[in-house]
Design a protein around this ligand. Structure first.
Ligand SMILES: Cc1cc2nc3c(=O)[nH]c(=O)nc-3n(C[C@H](O)[C@H](O)[C@H](O)COP(=O)(O)OP(=O)(O)OC[C@H]3O[C@@H](n4cnc5c(N)ncnc54)[C@H](O)[C@@H]3O)c2cc1C
Length: 466
């Protein structure tokens, strides 16, 4: 049971910096602090650090990078910030948006140069809402590779990562400054560790059904597709410390998880010219608004499922993603030479599917918007052979959380900072506003990596007495 104990007691074992959580946020924070001469101790509840980071596509948006310049893409933090604020209807804190958009590019370049992470630009697909090509990934385009490379970098840097270490209690002074933590091991033994600074990198509350029902009722029945160990501990501890919280309804959903195999299908299938129909073969929404808000749209269709319809050209683009290749191997992707054959394999009414195809393709040739508001101007036509995949909507991760300042310090409700408590990644409030529709692709790893960097550097500064 997560809780905060208020006590000024001494600890037998004490370290300068504890980081709770070994996902992207925690490991980037650890590498950043270590580079500044601070030895962090990372505590991870699982046997191997993976988190939601390992489940992700590992794609991180960043402006003004050397990879963009090499591809002739002109982009700036200001352009990226404008895209984030536009997607989230100006709800996010503009200072936080400025901080992460300025930090992320240099952080990816630092991870490449100092730790050998071979990022490259996704240059054949522009994610919805991004005005430039700015998504960066590792060669396999998988979060597995991202977390594996970060973990290897930590090992090479001599960073201690204690696994099977579930922190359930924070110990704080009466004034709310962090004194230490209590960790529980799988055999039930408990250990207290004192610390001078603490970074919360234990993500949000997607794995806690009660908190999801309270803060995101539309996702109460949805499959949670993120890491089950993310139980909302940062939120629970923060509230006990009188921390300010923001946008607790904010989340990333996804309207394209292959069903029943449970594999993420790249949204390139839609943005490159595909569309979604329900079990009746009819469209039901403007898919181009974004995959996050599409989760709830799909879940309100009969049986909570939809089909994404696309073609072989789009499948070639999607195949760069490990998940898509896995979906093909799992035979989740249906292939057909004609619309009638496709309808038969999807078990939908062929006349309805054919009529939907006609409407979509007519919209493309005339370059006009459909009744749902999707504009088909310059969207490529679908050409046989066709593909389709049965999908459902899922909750990927929460985006609301603890309010932080420009140094990633957790802020109290009265606006003052808790001097030695930092939050990064899903533990902190992100830049996606208060619902699903504010999530711009990549906002998750953006705040994990950028706030991981800021929190690690800020904690090191604080510990050096700067
Ligand atoms: C299927 C999927 C695809 C996604 N794709 C993308 C994408 O391509 N781009 C993008 O930007 N975002 C994506 N996201 C979101 C992204 O994965 C997350 O935003 C990001 O990984 C969060 O990083 P984190 O370090 O905050 O959390 P995590 O990676 O989840 O790490 C948190 C860690 O804390 C540990 N922990 C939790 N509580 C405790 C505790 N009490 N004690 C000790 N350890 C604890 C957990 O075990 C976990 O290892 C995706 C998410 C999912 C689920």
């Amino acid at each position: 049971m997560s809780r905060v104990e208020f006590s000024d007691r001494e600890f037998e074992l004490s370290v300068p910096l504890v980081i709770i959580g070994g996902g992207a946020a925690g490991l980037v924070a650890a590498l950043s602090a270590k580079a500044e001469g601070i030895d962090p101790l990372v505590l991870e509840r699982d046997a191997v650090p993976r988190g939601s980071t390992a489940l992700s596509a590992g794609l991180i948006p960043a402006p003004g990078t050397r990879w963009q310049r090499a591809a002739g893409v002109i982009d700036t933090p200001e352009t990226f910030a404008a895209d984030i604020l536009h997607k989230a209807d100006d709800e996010p804190d503009p200072n936080l948006v400025r901080l992460v958009t300025k930090t992320i590019g240099p952080t990816l370049e630092w991870l490449a140069e100092a730790h050998g992470l071979p990022f490259s630009l996704v240059d054949n697909f522009r994610y919805p809402g991004h005005s430039e090509l700015r998504m960066h990934g590792l060669p396999s385009r998988s979060g597995e590779e991202l977390i594996d490379r970060l973990r290897t970098a930590c090992e090479q840097a001599g960073i201690d990562i204690l696994t099977d270490a579930h922190v359930d209690t924070l110990i704080a002074s009466a004034g709310g400054e962090i004194r230490g933590i209590v960790v529980e091991r799988p055999d039930g033994s408990r250990e207290e560790i004192g610390c001078d600074a603490l970074i919360l990198a234990c993500n949000g509350y997607g794995g806690n059904p009660a908190l999801v029902a309270e803060h995101i009722p539309s996702m109460r029945e949805a499959t949670y597709f993120g890491h089950p160990g993310n139980q909302g501990d940062a939120l629970i501890w923060g509230e006990a410390l009188d921390a300010a919280t923001r946008h607790l309804g904010g989340h990333q959903g996804h309207g394209s998880v292959a069903h029943p195999v449970g594999i993420l299908i790249s949204w390139a299938t839609v943005m490159e010219g595909g569309f979604q129909v329900n079990a009746e073969g009819r469209r039901f929404s403007n898919e181009a608004k974004g995959y996050s808000e599409q989760a709830a749209n799909v879940l309100t269709q009969p049986d909570g499922i939809a089909w994404t319809v696309f073609d072989a050209r789009i499948a070639d683009i999607a195949r760069q993603f490990e998940d898509f290749r896995q979906a093909e191997q799992a035979k989740a992707i249906v292939a057909a030479d004609t619309i009638e054959e496709l309808a038969a394999k999807m078990q939908v009414d062929p006349a309805a599917l054919s009529s939907t195809f006609n409407d979509v393709e007519e919209g493309k040739s005339l370059g006009r918007s459909d009744p749902f508001g999707r504009n088909f101007a310059s969207v490529p036509r679908l050409i046989a052979p066709y593909r389709a995949v049965k999908v459902t909507g899922a909750l990927f991760h929460t985006q609301g959380g603890l309010a932080t300042d420009g140094q990633a310090r957790v802020v109290r409700q009265d606006g003052s900072a808790i001097e030695n408590l930092f939050a990064a990644g899903g533990a902190a409030c992100g830049v996606s506003g208060s619902g699903a529709s504010g999530y711009l692709s990549g906002n998750g790893l953006l705040t994990a990596v950028a706030l991981g960097r800021v929190s690690g550097l800020s904690a090191a500064n604080m510990l050096h007495g700067a």
